[in-house]
Design a protein around this ligand. Structure first.
Ligand SMILES: Cc1cc2nc3c(=O)[nH]c(=O)nc-3n(C[C@H](O)[C@H](O)[C@H](O)COP(=O)(O)OP(=O)(O)OC[C@H]3O[C@@H](n4cnc5c(N)ncnc54)[C@H](O)[C@@H]3O)c2cc1C
Ligand SMILES: *[C@@H]1O[C@H](CO)[C@@H](O)[C@H](O)[C@H]1NC(C)=O
Ligand SMILES: *[C@@H]1O[C@H](CO)[C@@H](O)[C@H](O)[C@H]1NC(C)=O
Ligand SMILES: *[C@@H]1O[C@H](CO)[C@@H](O)[C@H](O)[C@H]1NC(C)=O
Ligand SMILES: *[C@@H]1O[C@H](CO)[C@@H](O)[C@H](O)[C@H]1NC(C)=O
Ligand SMILES: *[C@@H]1O[C@H](CO)[C@@H](O)[C@H](O)[C@H]1NC(C)=O
Length: 608
């Protein structure tokens, strides 16, 4: 059923369209008081679809304008304290994830279940900022500058020097040595960023090992090419700060802001004649449709995969894809093309010696300490706090790979490591701070391979979208990963590692066990590929509708009143995670919206 059909049962849609945008909206109609309340309650100035990383920040900024009524619709549930403990590994997050998988392709993810890789994004208020690793990395100047397009003046606003102010206006940096560089950092924003205070012995050893190899310990967020980093995280008082806790919780009492959780948006309703948006249809229960009407704008922030589903179901997408599903086309745009995710591999691990077995009682006690005092080992991410950013090629002044570290505890009776599979080495058994094995995940920061997201063939509305990730399709991606392994292996030759007796872990690398050297690493990369779940690009911003979905003001080409503001608009990765960049995009997007409506004195493209 269409939005108009549902709403017109309550009040004729023509009346809504003709009415001025003020409190007198329905005064001319003859209806009961209850009817009036229902309609009034479903009409908003702005509707934000997706209460994720970007959505929660947007809800804060837009509802700060007190005459605007804002609705935030989130498919997941409210966040709970279990996800706030920094030391809890992310496998505990399954119930609040969209568990998607990439399509099998015969050249990557080969030894993963079904020959495909998992892609996990958050389905909860706060979105992936509740399920992610909280690492605060912004990326490199060269990549932001590369988003520039000579034919579009507005693209200049996305150059690094221009976006820096938006990173800073969100930021409340708690580390004084970092803060001293006031060109890059600031205080007083809503998002607290800080290093964990808890540092263990092996974090020191790995840092010293990388330092011995020539890496400096500098702030990675200052456009450096290489560094070994004790990363900053989005935490406050050793507690996770999702965008829900940083931006939404403090303003949920606002009377002009309504938040509905468990609300799955199934359609954006667009007026075909006018090519402008009317509102959305959402479902709190499967099949039970409810309308909401937007007087000013609809903002899509459902993430790079779910945006594709919703746009295509609403008639916005590549002509051929829509036709295949018999969806009436409203705009022919490359929605779902240009999919990119960062990729890493399992299989490279080091064994630590003389790590005592931790008892259950100790772990329980450490949980108590965290709950009572927000301290102890669980107030940390263990070895995951350290990573090394390395530049392999001279092309740009920027890193190519992040060697990200991940600890795991393998019980001593299993410590015949020839029997430990790559999978077992990755599947964390204990909270992150307890580990005797360190996986080194080389993360390809700026992948070349491009993929595509499409609707589920049998069940386009509720089924998992088809994610054709094409990991390692470009051999350059494979070569970069394998080149970085050579560097990671040099750690074993450092004095620090020898002194600490850290050894290469002889994991069971079937079916790559018979190979050696580069052939073996190529095989491992193709078999034990791992998605970082940092998807971008499916609604990329750009100059025109042939190469992009939104313009540089994040407005969908050819549709009035619809913006997309989240990671999906990034044309490429910026050689970092996408958490901080997504917050920056939302902050900048909110400022653009406020500016547009102010300058046009409320009359924006003659809408309403
Ligand atoms: C395991 C993991 C670890 C990560 N670690 C890091 C890290 O340490 N550092 C870093 O920089 N990046 C990291 N990332 C990436 C980063 O956190 C996210 O990709 C980024 O925050 C994405 O933000 P977003 O706003 O685009 O999407 P999301 O935050 O995923 O938000 C989308 C929201 O929309 C909702 N939604 C979707 N469809 C609908 C619908 N139809 N109706 C209603 N609501 C809907 C979803 O439930 C979700 O809440 C990590 C990602 C993962 C998965
Ligand atoms: C699309 O419509 C055609 C013709 O009505 C029909 O044969 C086909 O099965 C439909 N396809 C889908 C995916 O609904
Ligand atoms: C919390 O801190 C107080 C004061 O330092 C201490 O007495 C108490 O034992 C701590 N609680 C836990 C569970 O560690
Ligand atoms: C940190 O959390 C603890 C435990 O809830 C609380 O007692 C303490 O006041 C908090 N500190 C700050 C600065 O909020
Ligand atoms: C692997 O484990 C099995 C028992 O699970 C054992 O029989 C075998 O000897 C082990 N192989 C190696 C190489 O340790
Ligand atoms: C669209 O923009 C790209 C540059 O981003 C340009 O190469 C192309 O010619 C443009 N297409 C049209 C139809 O203007």
């Amino acid at each position: 059923m269409k939005f108009c059909d549902i709403l017109s049962k309550i009040v004729p849609i023509s009346l809504l369209l003709l009415s001025p945008a003020d409190g007198d909206l329905f005064s001319k109609a003859t209806r009961t008081k209850a009817d009036e309340r229902d309609v009034r309650n479903s009409v908003f100035d702005f509707i934000i679809i997706g209460g994720g990383t970007a959505g929660c920040l947007l809800a804060n900024r837009l509802s700060a304008v007190s005459d605007w009524k804002v609705l935030l619709l989130e498919a997941g549930i409210d966040e709970n304290i279990d996800y706030d403990i920094p030391g809890v590994p992310s496998k505990e997050y399954r119930p609040i994830l969209w568990n998607y998988r990439t399509e099998r392709n015969g050249y990557s993810c080969l030894s993963r279940p079904g020959g495909s890789c998992e892609v996990k994004t958050g389905k909860v208020l706060g979105g992936s900022s509740v399920t992610n690793d909280m690492k605060y990395t912004r990326g490199s100047k060269v990549d932001y500058d590369g988003w520039h397009s000579t034919g579009a003046l507005a693209s200049l606003d996305w150059k690094f020097d221009a976006v820096l102010e938006h990173f800073k206006s969100i930021e409340d940096n708690g580390d004084y040595d970092v803060l001293m560089n006031s060109h890059y950092h600031s205080r007083g924003g809503d998002m607290h960023v800080q290093r964990f205070k808890h540092v263990d012995r092996y974090m020191e050893v790995f840092t010293a090992g990388f330092t011995e190899m020539g890496l400096r310990t500098v702030d990675i967020n200052t456009n450096v090419q290489e560094a070994v980093v004790n990363n900053q995280f989005t935490i406050f008082n050793n507690t996770r700060l999702s965008t829900n806790s940083a931006f939404l919780k403090p303003v949920r009492h606002r009377k002009n802001l309504q938040v509905i959780t468990g609300a799955y948006v199934s359609k954006i309703v667009i007026d075909k004649q006018e090519n402008n948006v009317d509102g959305v249809i959402y479902e709190v229960e499967k099949g039970k449709e409810r309308p909401a009407y937007a007087k000013r704008e609809i903002i899509l922030a459902a993430g790079a995969i779910n945006n594709v589903r919703l746009l295509q179901l609403s008639g916005i997408g590549p002509k051929a894809d829509l036709k295949r599903h018999n969806i009436t086309m409203i705009a022919d745009l490359p929605v779902g093309h240009n999919y990119q995710d960062q990729v890493t591999i399992g299989g490279l691990a080091f064994v630590l010696s003389d790590v005592p077995v931790v008892t259950e009682a100790e772990v329980i006690n450490d949980f108590k300490t965290w709950f009572q005092n927000r301290s102890g080992p669980l107030a940390s991410r263990g070895i995951g706090q350290v990573s090394a950013f390395i530049q392999l090629y001279e092309n740009f002044n920027a890193p190519d790979v992040e060697l990200a570290l991940e600890g795991n505890f393998i019980r001593s009776d299993k410590f015949m490591l020839t029997n430990v599979s790559v999978h077992a080495a990755e599947e964390t058994n204990l909270p992150l701070p307890y580990y005797n094995l360190v996986n080194i995940n080389p993360v390809l920061l700026r992948p070349k391979s491009r993929g595509k997201v499409m609707l589920n063939k049998r069940n386009p509305k509720y089924g998992r979208p088809v994610v054709q990730a094409n990991f390692l399709k470009e051999t350059e991606d494979l070569d970069t990963l394998v080149d970085s392994i050579d560097i990671a292996l040099q750690l074993l030759d450092t004095k620090e590692f020898k002194k600490a007796d850290i050894k290469f872990a002889p994991l069971d690398l079937f079916p790559c066990d018979r190979l050696s050297n580069r052939d073996q690493w190529n095989c491992i990369a193709r078999h034990y590929t791992k998605a970082m779940s940092n998807p971008v690009g499916t609604c990329r911003m750009g100059e025109n509708s042939t190469n992009s979905v939104v313009d540089y003001q994040l407005r969908v080409h050819g549709i009035e009143g619809l913006r997309i503001i989240d990671a999906s608009v990034m044309p490429t990765h910026a050689r970092a995670g996408i958490f901080a960049p997504t917050m920056m995009i939302a902050e900048k997007g909110a400022k653009m919206i406020i500016k547009d409506w102010k300058e046009n004195n409320g009359h924006y493209y003659n809408r309403r």
